[in-house]
Design a binder for this molecule. Structure first.
Ligand code: OMP
Length: 289
């Protein structure tokens, strides 16, 4: 399902995976304290082991896995090699991956990031990558084009889960719209006509309260997946998911890292935690799909 080169668009593959497993993405965030709790060293071997154990426990059983690149990068080239192995294992298990790299740069550099994370044959490519639109949405063109050509997807930061994001994302641009509303409108343009779901998603934190309404961000019009971090460790639960996303909740892919990984390292405990979390988000979002 997630083999590189497949041309079934990411949005369609993700919609099928969400229907099958529930709308939950489990983040693979091997940070120092978690490694310690799992009895693993805080080095490249430790992040490799944690990542592979998560894939072993959850591969084929959740809609998506989201390795956070920084936790691998902080261990240098051997950390990157560990990320490559984790991505390969997820691919082999048939589980979609969102590579959480949050890249964004001017066109020629963005092209190189797109090659790294979205091209067939790249060892760092997953099924989708998180990107930042704050050098201008148009600067993402190389990634938008390569994702479309390879059946992969993007998650564009829109209304992030951290409180500091509001200073940029709620600001009003020269067209009178908030930055968040404008990012959402441009994603919607790329997803127009796609069915069941476009491949240009947004990141909208489950912790943002009424920020979508307050900024005029039309989530229902996006027609793409809405990656919703903030569930679990950052405090968002069922009520927040239902409130934040309103009529767009059928397109939400809730994301939890620490909230699930804290149940490890035992594989069956991890699976039980992921299933519990998936059931909770499914029931919070049920009315929308
Ligand atoms: O793009 C993301 O995944 C992301 C966006 C955002 O607005 N907030 C956010 O927390 N994230 C990521 O989601 C994960 C949240 O981890 P937990 O709080 O442990 O579930 C981290 O990897 C963050 O980098």
């Amino acid at each position: 399902m997630s083999a590189p080169g497949t041309r079934v668009p990411f949005g369609a593959r993700l919609a099928a995976a969400m229907d099958e497993h529930g709308p939950l993405c489990v983040g693979i965030d091997p940070h120092g304290p978690l490694l310690r709790d799992w009895g693993l060293p805080d080095d490249a071997a430790g992040v490799r082991e944690l990542g592979l154990r998560v894939v072993d426990a959850l591969g084929g059983r959740v809609a998506a896995l989201k390795p956070q690149v920084a936790f691998f990068e902080r261990h240098g080239s051997r950390g990157i090699a560990a990320l490559e192995e984790v991505l390969a294992a997820a691919r082999a298990a048939g589980t979609l991956t969102v590579v959480d790299a949050k890249r964004g740069d001017i066109g020629s550099t963005m092209s190189a990031y797109a090659d790294a994370f979205l091209s067939d044959g790249s060892t760092l490519a997953g099924d989708a990558v998180t990107v930042s639109p704050y050098l201008g949405f148009g600067s993402l063109s190389p990634a938008l084009e390569l994702a479309e050509a390879t059946g992969r997807g993007l998650f564009v930061l829109c209304l992030t889960s951290n409180p500091e994001g509001a200073a940029v994302q709620h600001a009003v641009g020269s067209d009178g719209r908030s930055i968040a509303a404008s990012v959402a409108a441009q994603a919607a343009r790329h997803n127009a006509g796609a069915s069941p779901l476009g491949s240009v998603g947004l990141v909208v934190g489950a912790t943002i309260g009424d920020a979508a309404r307050a900024t005029g961000t039309e989530l229902e019009a996006v027609n793409g997946p809405l990656l919703a971090p903030g569930v679990g460790a950052q405090g968002a639960g069922q009520r927040e998911l239902a409130d934040v996303f309103g009529g767009a909740r059928g397109n939400v892919l809730a994301s939890s890292s620490r909230g699930v990984l804290a149940a490890g390292p035992d594989g069956s405990a991890l699976l039980a935690a992921a299933r519990r979390s998936a059931d909770e988000v499914r029931s919070a979002l049920r009315a929308g799909r």
